[in-house]
Design a binder for this molecule. Structure first.
Ligand SMILES: C[S@@+](CC[C@H](N)C(=O)[O-])C[C@H]1O[C@@H](n2cnc3c(N)ncnc32)[C@H](O)[C@@H]1O
Length: 227
């Protein structure tokens, strides 16, 4: 996901916001932009060969760990979930925004999409063969990340892969509009791969690979592969 074409104002911190505040702001923001986000992202993977390569590698890792259900956490309109299914995975999606889930269900009938927050990941222990979180962690404040990664570790069965993608950089921005000029009130957190990797290790993951995407862009991306 790129931050291009959006209004992004730097802020010092969101540490004073309570968890319900940022979850509500994020939910309402993505409910507002769900249809236009889907329009902008529907074909996005076609122009992202390195991201597709990461997804293909993730799919290979799931298959070599004997397959099974795969969770796309913060799935948005479901285009990545659908791509994982095209790659042969039994993928389902999970998102905070009911409007995003409605769009995903409409666009990909027959695929399972559920509403929920990764901060209270409502999945049984060791119930998924792999977990993907693509540019959804960018809205989770530092204070909530350890809890989210503990949930990820809890629900992914031993040996199953985790793939996370996020914006690289420092600090937090308040995004006040996006995806066609719609009002938003959502914090976007940029992080260094080493910082995310350290938190994943603390939650019990082993980092297998780290890719830097578009390193010459204003806001590069990163994907981390872990088990
Ligand atoms: C930038 S979009 C990314 C969507 C999709 N993964 C993609 O790659 O295009 C961020 C998504 O994360 C979801 N999200 C944000 N916080 C979440 C949370 N706590 N739990 C689940 N989903 C969340 C938002 O509703 C939104 O759909």
């Amino acid at each position: 996901m790129s931050e291009a074409g959006t209004t992004v104002a730097p802020v010092d911190t969101d540490r004073d916001k309570g968890i319900e505040d940022w979850l509500t702001d994020t939910r309402v923001s993505y409910d507002t932009v769900a249809a236009s986000y889907a329009d902008q992202m529907r074909e996005a993977l076609d122009a992202a060969p390195y991201v597709r390569a990461a997804l293909a590698l993730f799919a290979e890792k799931v298959r070599s760990a004997d397959g099974g259900p795969v969770a796309d956490v913060g799935c948005g309109p479901g285009h990545v979930t659908a791509h994982l299914r095209e790659l042969g995975l039994d993928a389902f999606g999970f998102d905070l925004s009911p409007a995003m889930v409605d769009v995903a269900r409409r666009e990909y009938p027959g695929v399972r999409f559920e509403v929920g927050s990764m901060t209270e990941l409502d999945l049984p222990d060791a119930s998924v063969a792999g977990l993907l979180a693509f540019w959804s962690l960018v809205h989770v404040p530092d204070s909530a990340l350890p809890g989210v990664f503990t949930h990820f570790r809890r629900v992914v069965r031993a040996g199953g892969p985790l793939l996370v993608g996020f914006h690289v950089g420092e600090g937090s921005r308040l995004k006040s509009e996006g995806y066609g000029g719609h009002p938003m009130k959502v914090y976007v957190h940029r992080r260094q791969p080493a910082q995310v990797a350290a938190l994943l290790r603390e939650a019990g993951f082993t980092i297998e690979a780290q890719w830097l995407l578009s390193p010459d862009a204003d806001v590069p991306g990163a994907v981390l592969f872990a088990i």
